[in-house]
Design a binder for this molecule. Structure first.
Ligand SMILES: [Zn+2]
Length: 271
């Protein structure tokens, strides 16, 4: 835990939420991001609705001599977004802010607080910071990645994790396209680090993305082989392909396999 909590870059600091599980690894990484010398900070993914954690994030920002001016969400899953509304109130109170909670921006309108959305190509400039927004669907349809150019850091949410692999709720075709795009982007921009939604930072972004891409292709080949061998349902594929994986992850694996089966069906229909 200690190597994840407090990690980051010059501008980004991780506050680790106390919600470890097979799905969330060590817990959710809440990111406090601010320009040096700035009074305003941006918080990415406040995390689950856990007051002790949310208050610790507020205290972390206060200890930096800053106030929270904006909350961003990488996606709407509860381990990242559930505490956002409560956090927006706590942060507004700590900042003596009038006019309601701190705004929460997300791709999915259901997770927003305030008028502003968040989408491909947006540039967030709060407190002199520069954060560029990319839509990277696959883990979920509403998944975003943020690029912090000053630190050459990529905040990937659950699109890329610090270790292991992510579960897919969206379409595999979208996810593969997102990984390919991030791979090209990391190379073009000479990205120095990935700051994920769970697990430690990854200081070789291209190697991490190559690993992710290879893993997906390998799993896809395994699913194809399982289907060829007679597996008919997602569950039957999971029993063959994920035999070596903790059973508590099987329901999630079924989602991933379903996404792969859909992808293979679409691909064969398209050719
Ligand atoms: Zn997550």
């Amino acid at each position: 835990m200690s190597e994840i909590d407090g990690m980051g870059t010059e501008r980004a600091t991780c506050v680790l939420a106390p919600n470890p599980s097979p799905m969330t690894l060590d817990g959710t990484n809440t990111w406090v991001v601010a320009e040096p010398g700035a009074e305003e900070a941006v918080v990415i993914d406040p995390g689950p609705e856990d007051d002790a954690h949310l208050e610790r994030v507020v205290r972390t920002v206060s200890a930096q001599g800053r106030r929270v001016a904006l909350v961003l969400l990488t996606h709407g899953h509860p381990d990242h977004a559930e505490g956002a509304g409560r956090f927006a109130e706590l942060a507004a109170r700590a900042a003596g802010r009038r006019g309601g909670p701190v705004p929460v921006r997300a791709l999915d309108p259901r997770h927003r607080l305030g008028d502003e959305g968040l989408a491909e190509g947006d540039v967030v400039t709060t407190g002199g910071l520069e954060l560029r927004v990319m839509e990277t669907p696959g883990h979920s349809d509403d998944s975003l990645t943020f690029w912090l150019p000053a630190d050459r850091a990529v905040l990937t949410g659950d699109t890329v994790l610090g270790y292991g692999t992510t579960v897919l709720e969206g379409k595999l075709g979208d996810y593969l396209a997102s990984l390919d795009r991030l791979r090209r982007f990391a190379e073009d921009m000479e990205a120095a680090t990935i700051l994920p939604g769970h697990g430690p930072r990854l200081d070789d972004p291209i190697a991490a993305l190559d690993r992710y891409i290879a893993h997906r292709r390998e799993r896809l080949a395994q699913v194809e082989a399982a289907v060829a061998a007679g597996a008919r349902t997602a569950r039957e594929v999971v029993e063959r392909v994920y035999a070596d994986v903790d059973r508590s992850l099987w329901p999630a694996a079924e989602w991933s396999v379903q996404a792969q089966l859909d992808y293979l069906k679409e691909r064969s229909a398209g050719t």
